[in-house]
Ligand binder design. Structure first.
Ligand SMILES: [Ca+2]
Ligand SMILES: [Ca+2]
Length: 629
């Protein structure tokens, strides 16, 4: 029998009383919080708590519905501007102007730009992996499934048809060719001869034809130059090995006997990052030899301290510059001297001086895949550009904003902050923004369930950055490719039809590439569809070309209008008309009252809704970008 004592009964009553009181209190508290939130929202104010490495910040945000002019606290320190003062496009409390708007529903208005001078480095450059881009339709190299220079020439109109009035090309005015020199690998980052063309890609004559065709179209051509290492098949390395095989037991190295020995780093003890040499036919079987090879045994690191090697490098850059090449993309500059940034910068300064002495208009962009503060330092070497890794890849600023884990305000604040950072190292630096490259997973895989809106928006963010912006081939289609490197370098998706007119240009892709299906349609199917990713990117490149201030200007954030998901900033460049860029990263339309800007010059619509400017109100749909003046 279960018995309850008096004492226990009173205990139970007490517990019930306390529970009821606690529930009543919790309900009352919730009602108070909801009422407070409703009040703040109604008065146009949100409060957001953000936790960042700088600490916890309380941030007030404009209510997107009410459009109230409450200012937002800045996300990161934005450089102040003594000359122009704080940008303020719409003072709080000012009224909407009267009268009809001259461009009530306009998203066009940009005009065809004049070609740039060869010394103008503020471009839009297309990165091409020749192997996978286009197989020739005619000639000796046609039909082998490997892209070549002739195939690239046949498809050059796709990149730039030389007529700024047409809208059927991408409109890029720069071309970065991934390595085209003879090499035993498909990717060709291990060079066997720096002054020749890999026969799989074509002849020197093919290259000269391509270069001339690019220049006719106002495009510059930069070559990928890997100077951290060569191929083991390079004659320099082979000569060094041949010499070492002649060494008698315990014979000292005679540096004068074979200069190429000093082009590399050899030693007799094993170390991390060094590979053992196979010298089975050596006359000195008592000695083991190791050579520095940081990336892979087929890529021996060069000893860039060697004066004779520097003379060879001078001759190599001179050879290409005299041919008319416009500059170089330098591979792996942070690896030149292992963990020695000072020496890397010394070599870059020397190389920059050497190149500019031959052609002052030549352009150099370096790949230093490091933390932002580290690659920012490299600007002090004097080279024009460094790839802006902080904004790139699946975790960079661009993808974070396109995913929604950060807002457009963060993008603008990061831009202003990095411009200050790079400019403090070299006043004439040219930023090199890019979104993805041949070493990164393609962006179509970054956003689950995306219908293309986020892929477009992200590339729009890339192409609205100042400097020389880079576009990796196939990203304008939303091509897929991730995992192993070969997948990131898949055949350009010209057409899905095996017998279509673009079919002869289809390549087979690198050996070892996995079989996978594309997510978005081929180039032939996206052409003519005004809502396609390709059409969006063609438009973005055109806007970039039409407004020099977008490319050359510095970013000045309007802190009154900007908030977490709305970026409003000016681009100001000397001698160019200032433009104002509006970016909405929110999932709802923003209505921005403006009384100082009169014209919607261009718009990038990632979704279905149009961008409108009417009666002093800019209507910016989700993931929309507007350019105003
Ligand atoms: Ca071919
Ligand atoms: Ca090295």
């Amino acid at each position: 029998m279960w018995k309850v004592s008096q004492v226990e009964r009173s205990k139970v009553k007490k517990i019930i009383k306390i529970t009821v009181a606690a529930l009543l209190f919790a309900a009352l508290f919730s009602v108070c919080v909801m009422a407070a939130a409703w009040y703040l929202k109604a008065s146009g104010l949100y409060i957001q708590i953000s936790i960042s490495p700088e600490g916890i910040q309380l941030q007030t945000i404009i209510n997107p519905e009410s459009g109230s002019q409450t200012g937002g606290a800045e996300l990161t320190e934005i450089p102040s501007d003594a000359e122009t003062g704080v940008l303020d496009l719409h003072a709080a409390g000012s009224s909407v102007p009267d009268g009809p708007d001259p461009h009530p529903d306009s998203a066009a208005g940009e005009t065809a730009p004049a070609p740039l001078s060869s010394g103008d480095h503020y471009r839009t450059t297309y990165e091409v992996f020749v192997y996978s881009f286009a197989d020739a339709a005619e000639g000796a190299l046609a039909g082998d499934g490997i892209g070549d220079l002739q195939g690239l020439l046949e498809k050059l109109d796709y990149i730039n048809d030389g007529d700024p009035e047409t809208g059927e090309d991408l409109g890029c005015n720069g071309l970065w060719l991934m390595p085209i020199f003879p090499s035993p690998t498909y990717h060709k980052y291990d060079t066997a001869d720096y002054c020749a063309i890999d026969p799989v890609y074509g002849s020197m004559e093919d290259f000269e034809k391509l270069l001339a065709a690019c220049h006719e179209r106002g495009m510059t051509v930069i070559l990928d130059l890997a100077l951290n290492h060569t191929s083991t098949e390079h004659p320099w390395f082979q000569k060094a090995l041949a010499y070492m095989r002649t060494l008698q037991p315990f014979e000292d190295i005679d540096l004068a006997a074979e200069p190429c020995y000093s082009y590399y780093n050899f030693q007799n003890t094993a170390r991390d990052g060094w590979k053992r040499l196979n010298l089975s036919d050596s006359r000195d079987p008592n000695r083991e030899w190791y050579y520095e090879a940081r990336f892979w045994e087929g890529m021996p690191d060069l000893n860039l301290d060697n004066e004779a090697l520097r003379e060879e490098i001078r001759n190599i850059v001179s050879f290409w510059l005299k041919k008319g090449v416009d500059g170089f993309r330098l591979d792996a500059v942070s690896w030149y001297y292992t963990e020695d940034q000072k020496k890397n910068m010394e070599f870059l300064s020397w190389l920059n001086g050497t190149v500019k002495e031959i052609n002052p208009d030549a352009y150099i962009v370096g790949e230093a895949w490091t933390a932002q503060d580290s690659y920012a330092e490299y600007y002090a070497s004097g080279i024009d550009s460094l790839f802006d890794f902080a904004f790139s890849g699946p975790d960079g600023v661009i993808a974070q904003v396109a995913k929604g884990s950060r807002g457009a305000g963060y993008y603008a604040a990061m831009l202003a902050a990095e411009e200050e950072k790079y400019g403090s190292k070299n006043k004439s630096y040219v930023n090199a923004p890019f979104y993805t490259n041949h070493d990164m997973a393609r962006s179509a895989g970054y956003y689950a369930y995306d219908d293309g809106t986020r892929v477009k928006f992200a590339e729009g963010l890339n192409l609205m950055m100042p400097g020389c912006a880079y576009l990796y081939y196939g990203e304008e289609l939303g091509m897929k490719g991730s995992g192993r490197d070969e997948n990131k370098r898949a055949p350009m998706y010209w057409t899905s039809e095996a017998d279509g007119k673009d079919a002869p240009h289809l390549t087979d892709g690198p050996p070892g590439m996995e079989d996978f299906a594309m997510k978005f349609p081929a180039a032939s199917d996206q052409t003519g569809d005004e809502d396609s990713i390709l059409s969006y990117i063609r438009q973005a490149v055109r806007i970039r070309s039409a407004f020099p201030a977008i490319r050359k200007g510095r970013t000045v954030v309007d802190e009154t209008l900007s908030d977490d998901t709305l970026a409003v900033f000016a681009r100001e460049a000397e001698g160019e008309e200032t433009v104002f860029i509006f970016i909405n990263s929110a999932e709802e339309t923003r209505r921005v009252p403006l009384d100082k800007l009169k014209e919607l010059k261009a718009g990038l619509r990632a979704g279905e809704e149009e961008i409108r400017f009417s009666e002093g109100i800019l209507e910016l749909p989700p993931f929309g970008i507007a350019v105003m003046q």
